[in-house]
Design a protein around this ligand. Sequence first.
Ligand SMILES: C[S@@+](CC[C@H](N)C(=O)[O-])C[C@H]1O[C@@H](n2cnc3c(N)ncnc32)[C@H](O)[C@@H]1O
Length: 200
Amino acid sequence: MFDAKYWEQRWMEHGEFGTIGRASFSSWHYYRRGVEIYDAIREHLPSHCTCLIDYGCGAGRMTPYLLAHCDQYVGIEPNPEAADRAHDRFGMHNGVGFWMEPPVMGGGVEAIVFSMVMQHIVDDGELESLLKRCNKWLKPGGKIIALENTSNNDDAPHIKFRSCGTYCKLISDAALRCTPIAELRFDGERHTLFVATKEK
Ligand SMILES: C[S@@+](CC[C@H](N)C(=O)[O-])C[C@H]1O[C@@H](n2cnc3c(N)ncnc32)[C@H](O)[C@@H]1O
């Protein structure tokens, strides 16, 4: 069972969270946002996965919440600074691993979470091939749960703003059944929650 009080205390102990790349966070903001994201996705996460991937896990904001849903947690993060932070926080222990590159996954994954990550993969071709690899990693009936920015904002050139329809097409092209679940606002911008399922 996820112990929110424990994690609240844990996050707050670290004080100022610091800076990763261009983004800076207070630990409070970082923690609260993690709670909000988890609240949005939790009902779509399988209650128990043998293996769950947190794709683009950053500094591990979602790690404690996702751990409660799986035996094996695989965090994939190409930014070494963020990956180090995640590793420092949660270590590499039984069932938890952080990787800069995906380890070879053999079709045994029940859930892949993208928490504000596809929006940073600006090249449609790269995202398309990643989604096809995700399809191979997933078990039949396995799911992608993705929360992505679908606003238009010219002030954020590091983010690729795709419409809900574009995400659905890219996901469907990877032979996954895509359902947009809800529109949610984070930091004043529209985000869409998608669930994509690999047919049995
Ligand atoms: C907004 S952060 C979200 C981090 C984390 N998912 C969370 O919710 O706290 C976006 C993350 O996506 C990662 N990212 C960007 N491009 C990526 C790619 N091609 N593959 C995997 N991760 C990527 C970044 O390094 C960054 O950690």
